[in-house]
Design a binder for this molecule. Sequence first.
Ligand SMILES: [Zn+2]
Ligand SMILES: [Zn+2]
Length: 394
Amino acid sequence: MPGRRSLALGPLRHCLRRWLRRRWPAPLRSLGLRWRYGRLCLRSLLYNSFGGSDAVIDALFEPIYWLVDHVTRWFGVVSGPRGLSGGRTRHPPPRPARRSRPAERRPDRRRPRQVFVALVVVLTGSIVLIVYLCVLPLILRTYSVPRICWHLVYGHWNLLLIVFHYYQAVTTSPGHPPQDKSEVATVSICRKCIYPKPARTHHCSICNRCVLKMDHHCPWLNNCVGHFNHRYFFSFCFFMTLGCLYCSFSSWDLFREAYAAIETYHQTPPPPFSFWERLSHKSIIYLWVLCSSVGLALGLLTLWHAALISRGETSIERHINRKERQRLQKKGKVFRNPYNYGFLDNWKVFLGVDAGRHWVTRVLLPSRHPPPGSGLSWDSPLCASTRPLALLAV
Ligand SMILES: [Zn+2]
Ligand SMILES: [Zn+2]
């Protein structure tokens, strides 16, 4: 009964409301009309099968998503010719399967034009320039011939290895699993790519692809660090640390002299330094501060990666293995990393050292030899003398 009564009263109430509205003053009537129009618009946005308050919030946040995407792209974190389609649609639909290329090591077509790569190049170039213009003339003037030879040979060898490994790390593809399911010893399926994922492969949300033996995504390389460029990345860190420490120690005396000279700038009468002498003092201070700080920070990073390599782990696997270790420990079991071949063999596998001479030709000299294995399966490599204790897919 109450329902029937409200049905009967509904049109009456509507007529009464319209009659009252006609008696309103004109401004109030116009305001009421606008209010009803706005409310209708809002309802048409909110009350449909595709929307709701979520759609409104998404629409409000759309400029923020756009800004974040473009800023990160500008900073060089997001890379690749495909880029992002903007907003929250970070993952494009999977591409159709194509004729597979086994264990690819194709050159990356991305141009190193991003900001962090440019920053590495500019900072390294500025240090080299200062060494050539300010430090080297002093070495040539004051040092004995054997010491001059040592500085010239060591300095240029170190610079060559830094440049070589950085270039290789930036331009070498880390390796991606083929998209043909029949070719891969599949461990799981990537939820983002919807393609088979071999052991040690992980999805990089920045590259938007699965990466073989992924370690991490490095904005300083504008590239992922994976199976095919892990050695280049580590060698770059190692030789850059050596170079920074070498510059810091070599220029220590110059730094102290330049610092003392700068402290006299504001004395009266002012010291008779020319413009180039003042520039030289400031350049040496810049060189020492930059090399010391980068050498310290990068040295710690290099030590961290060296510890991981010694245990046969990547940065990602370290977290996975730690959790697995804790889980098995509670059950009274011991976790063994299946990719840990022992300290020396881990380094041999990582550096691709098959024979004794390779420590010189492949480690201490620039070498483009590929890492052992395809990155798809992880049987015990030839250069590892011991076999893993168990095969556990991580
Ligand atoms: Zn993936
Ligand atoms: Zn990546």
